[in-house]
Ligand binder design. Structure first.
Ligand code: UD1
Ligand code: BG6
Length: 372
């Protein structure tokens, strides 16, 4: 049921304030006078000790689910102190990469049915790792075969391009980082700030959804382009990858997510006055580095579309050098990817409709890929 919306993807983008609320329901504890703010993930509470003792945490997934894990990686590293590595499921299998008994392997899958992820799970089980699922589908094969896990409870997702599952996956993995981090005094203030921010996150997503018309206008500007680059780094490298995946999947436009730190090692050669480039430069510890990236792209006459935190427009637009500035509300750095992806989802959606393609069932793609 699409309700008042024309497409499932549109509905699922706009229902993110609600899906995020459902994801967090019953799992955040505000804390009374003597109780600390904390998170409770029912499916993991008996396994946290084992996870904390693991030598490494390995995230495994495909497509959008992989990108969500990438977005959550920095906060998991920070709060757990455990090395976190990333594996695209098919690549882990191609290499038969090492997985050990001392590893915690986290399988991220909206459907819980993706063949590559499932086969990687079977491989990790054989190797004796603790296998944790982050899934949206209760009763799915990955949910059943993992030792434990967390349901993201985002509600059924119908559009082939994943939107609301992505933001709920990031929130669950941020909660996972909080749960593994436990109650160490050293990062108590940081943890409480993140929990406060989680409570308010649905409101921030509601705010950023108001950019709908602005993103439609931007889509009109980009409708006939051949290609669109997206530069991100730190917490928002994943935003660049996921934003470009959305554009590619549904708008059928070539798009590449680029790690801004790699700019000089190749991508800079592509920059000219015609190729549009989105730079994600919201306020965090990498901000000044991103400002310098903007300057260098501008020096090569790049056609820049910059996403920045509200109030930073002047600091990123180089006196009107950028063709567009997208201002978003600022949240805790580790949750900023949840806010930042929304305008890019809207952009991909409008680009697709304007270009006349099928939004909910893009050419050649399937919602759940059950063959390798
Ligand atoms: C559970 C109930 C929820 C209820 C809540 C009340 C289910 C599915 N969930 O939610 O309806 O409101 O208790 O406390 O009945 N699991 C995996 N792999 C996965 C995902 C989950 O093994 O990929 C396991 C978990 O370890 C857990 C179970 O499935 O044993 C349910 O997980 P989840 O729904 O996340 O647990 P709760 O949030 O506690
Ligand atoms: C397919 C979907 O490629 O599988 C993507 O079209 C999705 O949207 C990917 O991200 C992984 O799916 P899942 O269900 O394992 O998260």
């Amino acid at each position: 049921n699409k309700g008042n919306y024309e497409h499932y993807m549109q509905k699922e983008i706009h229902e993110q304030p609600e899906s995020l609320t459902t994801t967090m329901r019953g799992r955040l504890i505000r804390g009374g006078t003597c109780k600390a703010k904390t998170v409770l993930l029912g499916g993991l509470k008996d396994h946290l000790k084992t996870i904390r003792r693991s030598r490494r945490i390995v995230f495994i997934g495909c497509g959008t689910s992989y990108n969500a894990a990438l977005a959550a990686r920095p906060i998991l590293e920070e709060l757990s102190g455990i090395p976190v590595t990333m594996e695209i499921a098919s690549d882990l299998l191609d290499r038969q990469g090492p997985i050990y008994r001392e590893d915690t392997a986290v399988f991220v899958s909206q459907s819980g049915e993706t063949a590559d992820t499932l086969h990687a799970l079977e491989y990790a089980l054989q190797n004796g790792a603790l296998c944790v699922g982050i899934t949206n589908t209760v009763g799915s094969v990955i949910a059943r075969k993992t030792h434990c896990g967390v349901h993201i409870n985002a509600g059924a997702e119908i559009g082939v391009a994943s939107t609301k599952a992505y933001t709920s996956q990031i929130v669950v993995m941020a909660m996972l980082a909080l749960a593994i981090g436990g109650d160490a005094i050293s990062n108590q203030a940081r943890r409480e700030a993140i929990i406060d921010c989680l409570f308010d996150l649905p409101n921030k997503v509601r705010e950023v959804l108001k950019l709908d018309q602005e993103m439609k206008d931007l889509a009109k500007l980009l409708i006939a382009e051949q290609s669109l680059l997206m530069f991100g780094r730190g917490y928002n490298y994943a935003t660049a990858l996921e934003g470009s995946l959305k554009v590619k999947e549904v708008a059928l436009m070539h798009s590449e997510g680029i790690l801004a730190g790699e700019m000089k090692h190749g991508p800079l050669a592509l920059v000219d006055e015609s190729l549009p480039i989105v730079v994600i430069a919201t306020h965090d510890a990498c901000f000044s580095k991103q400002q310098s990236v903007i300057q260098q792209l501008h020096a090569r006459k790049g056609r820049l579309i910059v996403m920045c935190s509200r109030g930073d427009a002047a600091a990123v637009s180089l006196g009107g050098a950028c063709s567009r500035v997208i201002e978003v509300p600022q949240v805790e750095d580790c949750l900023q990817p949840v806010v930042n992806i929304v305008p890019l989802q809207l952009l991909a959606y409008h680009l697709t409709v304007l270009r006349g393609y099928n939004v909910d069932q893009p050419r050649n793609l399937a919602k759940s890929v059950t063959t390798e």
